[in-house]
Design a protein around this ligand. Structure first.
Ligand SMILES: [Zn+2]
Length: 558
C-alpha cells in the first residue's frame, strides 16, 4: 500500500467515521426528542393594533415573532369592553369598526403557519363594557353586589374612580355564558385561522370587591341549593341541632336545618349577609361563606369544562390555553379560579406571574418568580404544559414610577377645585378633593402647592434617566413642566393638558435603554430555573414601547 493510497484511505475512514459521528448525533438528538427532551415553548400576548390591517404589516409582525422564536401568538379577539375582532355572523353588533370585512385571524394565521407559528384566539371571558351590546341587550345578565349594583357601581384605586366594566354572571342559565360566550367560542373554533382558544378573566372580579359578587337573584337562590343547605321536600319542617358532641360544629351531621326560615322572602342584602356571614350551626363559626366560595369555583369550573366539550365536538385539534392568577389555592377563595384542578379542560397554562402581583424589590421578584413557578408545577402535578408568564412593563417599576407619579400629580392638579365649595358641587371633584385635601385642613391652595411639588419631584427623577438617553425629548418635556409651574391658575388647565399629552408621548416611545434589557433577560432566567415548559410574554405592545424586542430575540435564541 503506497503512502498516498493509505492517506486517501485513512482520509476516507475519517470521513466515514465523521459521517457516523454526525449520524449518531442526529439519531441521539431525534431519539431524545422522541423521549420527551424538553424544548422550551415561547408564546406572546398580542393586541390587534400590533398586527395591523395590511398584508405588509401582518407579514412584518410575523417576521418579528419568527426572529424572536415565538411559537404561539395569543391574539386578543374579545376585549374588556366586549368588543370583538373577527367578522362575526352571530354577533355583528359587537365587531370593532374596521374588522367587519378584515379577517384578522385568517390573515395572521396564513402568514404565521408557514413558520410553524400557531394563533390562539384570546377572549376576555366574563367582562363587558358598560355600554356593550351584551349589557344593553341583557342588563339582567350582570353580576350584582348585595346592594343590587353591578361592578360599574364600585370604585377603583385611591381616587375612588368609577370602575368602568361590568362583570357578567357566569352561573345564570340561560344567561351570558350559554347564550353569548359559548356561541362566540363555537364560532371561533370553526374559524380556519384558529389553532387554539385562550381564556382570560375566567374568574370572578378580583381588584374590585372580590367578596361582593355574585348576589343576583339566580345566585341567591342557587348558592344554598348547590350546597343543599335545605331540602326541597318538606321545606317547612325545621330540625334543631341535636347536641351530642362536645365540639359544637361536630354536631353538623345531626342534620339541623341550616337555612333561615325567612331566607327566600328576605331582602337581597339580608340574603347576601347570610351567604357571607351566616352560621350552619347556631353558636358555631360563621362558615356559610365556605359554600359561597365553593359555588363560585364550581361556576368557573363548569365553564372551563363546557368549553372543552364544545371545542372537542367542533374542532378537536384545537388547543385550549388559560391566563390564570399566580396562586390557584388563593385564587379559588378570592376569584373562584381553582385552576390547578383544570388539567382535563386546559392544554396549556399561562399563569400571569407578573411582578405587579408581588410586593418587594426586583431582586426579590426574581426569587419569588422562580419559587412560585416551581409551586405552580407542583400544584398541577406537571399534568399540562405550563408557561411562566412575564409582563415586561412591571419589571421596570423603578424606571417607570416617575411617569405614574407625574400622572398622579397631573390628575390632582386637573381635578383640584377652585374652592372647597366647588369640590362639594360635583362627585368627581369631591373624590379628588377628599383624596388631595387629606392633611391640608381643606386648604385648596396648600393642596395645589403640594401637588405641584410632587409633580416637580417626579419630573426631576424622570429627567435623571431620560436626559442622558434622549436630550431633545427631555428638553421638550422640561418646557411643558415649566409651563405648568409658571402659569396662572386660570391658564393652568391648558398647560396641564399639554403636559399630559406630551408625557404620554414620551411613555409610548421610550428611548432604547430606558428599560434596561438585562432585567428582562434576568427574569426569563429566573423563571427557567424552575423548569417550566415555556415562557409567555405580556405583551407585543410593551416590547415595542419599551424597546425590548432585541432582548427577547436574544433570550429566546438560547
Ligand atoms: Zn349571579
Amino acid at each position: 500500500m503506497s503512502m498516498a493510497s493509505w492517506q486517501s484511505r485513512s482520509c476516507a475512514y475519517l470521513v466515514c467515521a465523521l459521517v457516523l459521528v454526525v449520524a449518531t448525533g442526529a439519531f441521539i438528538a431525534r431519539a431524545s426528542a422522541q423521549a420527551g427532551a424538553r424544548v422550551e415553548r415561547h408564546s406572546l400576548w398580542v393586541h390587534p393594533p400590533e398586527v395591523g390591517r395590511t398584508p405588509e404589516s401582518v407579514r412584518g409582525f410575523v417576521e418579528q415573532c419568527r426572529r424572536a422564536h415565538i411559537e404561539t401568538i395569543i391574539l386578543l379577539v374579545k376585549g374588556m369592553n366586549g368588543e370583538i375582532y373577527w367578522p362575526s355572523r352571530r354577533f355583528p353588533e359587537a365587531v370593532v369598526k374596521g374588522y367587519e370585512s378584515f379577517d384578522l385571524l385568517g390573515e395572521l394565521s396564513r402568514a404565521a403557519r408557514p413558520h410553524g407559528i400557531k394563533v390562539h384566539a384570546w377572549l376576555v371571558d366574563f367582562v363587558e363594557g358598560v355600554n356593550s351590546p351584551a349589557v344593553r341587550a341583557h342588563p339582567e345578565w350582570a353580576q350584582l353586589n348585595p346592594a343590587g349594583g353591578t361592578t360599574a357601581t364600585e370604585t377603583l384605586g385611591k381616587r375612588r374612580r368609577p370602575y368602568p366594566y361590568i362583570w357578567m354572571c357566569p352561573a345564570q342559565r340561560p344567561g351570558y355564558t350559554d347564550t353569548w360566550l359559548l356561541p362566540m367560542i363555537e364560532e371561533l373554533a370553526r374559524h380556519p385561522g384558529v389553532d387554539g382558544i385562550h381564556h382570560d378573566y375566567i374568574r370572578y372580579p378580583g381588584d374590585v370587591a372580590p367578596d361582593s359578587f355574585c348576589f343576583c337573584d339566580y345566585c341567591l337562590a342557587r348558592t344554598p341549593r348547590y350546597a343543599m343547605l335545605q331540602y326541597e321536600t318538606r321545606t317547612s319542617e325545621r330540625y334543631d341541632v341535636d347536641v351530642r358532641q362536645e365540639r359544637v360544629e361536630a354536631n353538623w351531621w345531626t342534620d339541623p336545618t341550616m337555612m333561615p326560615a325567612a331566607y327566600s322572602k328576605a331582602e337581597r342584602r339580608a340574603r347576601a349577609d347570610f351567604l357571607l356571614n351566616g352560621r350552619t350551626i347556631p353558636g358555631g363559626p360563621p362558615d356559610v361563606r365556605y359554600f359561597f366560595y365553593d359555588y363560585r369555583v364550581e361556576q368557573i369550573n363548569r365553564f372551563a369544562r363546557e368549553v372543552r366539550e364544545l371545542v372537542g365536538k367542533v374542532n378537536p385539534r384545537l388547543e385550549i390555553s388559560a391566563a390564570v392568577f399566580k396562586n390557584p389555592v388563593q385564587s379559588a377563595r378570592f376569584i373562584g379560579q381553582q385552576w390547578h384542578r383544570w388539567n382535563e379542560w386546559i392544554d396549556v397554562y399561562t399563569p400571569m406571574t407578573y411582578r405587579s402581583h408581588f410586593a418587594g424589590s426586583f431582586e426579590a421578584y426574581l426569587d419569588h418568580l422562580e419559587e412560585t413557578t416551581r409551586r405552580q408545577l407542583e400544584w398541577t402535578g406537571h399534568g399540562r404544559p405550563l408557561e411562566a408568564g412575564i409582563a415586561t412593563t412591571y419589571l421596570y417599576r423603578e424606571e417607570l414610577q416617575p411617569f405614574d407619579d407625574m400622572n398622579d400629580a397631573i390628575d390632582t392638579l386637573r381635578d383640584l377645585p377652585g374652592t372647597v365649595e366647588d369640590a362639594l358641587a360635583g362627585q368627581r371633584q369631591l373624590n379628588a378633593a377628599v383624596y388631595v385635601l387629606q392633611g391640608t385642613s381643606g386648604n385648596v391652595e396648600q393642596a395645589r402647592d403640594i401637588a405641584t411639588k410632587r409633580l416637580t419631584a417626579a419630573h426631576t427623577r424622570l429627567q435623571e434617566r431620560l436626559a442622558p438617553l434622549a436630550p431633545d425629548t427631555a428638553k421638550s418635556l422640561q418646557a411643558l413642566v415649566d409651563a405648568v409651574e409658571q402659569s396662572a391658575p386660570d391658564k393652568q388647565p391648558a398647560a396641564i393638558a399639554s403636559l399630559s399629552t406630551g408625557l404620554a408621548k414620551v411613555r409610548a416611545d421610550l428611548p432604547p435603554g430606558f428599560c434596561p434589557p438585562e432585567k428582562l433577560a434576568r427574569a426569563i432566567d429566573a423563571a427557567r430555573r424552575a423548569k417550566p415548559d415555556g415562557i409567555v410574554i405580556f405583551a407585543a405592545s410593551s416590547l415595542k414601547r419599551e424597546k425590548l424586542w432585541a432582548a427577547l430575540e436574544k433570550a429566546f435564541a438560547k
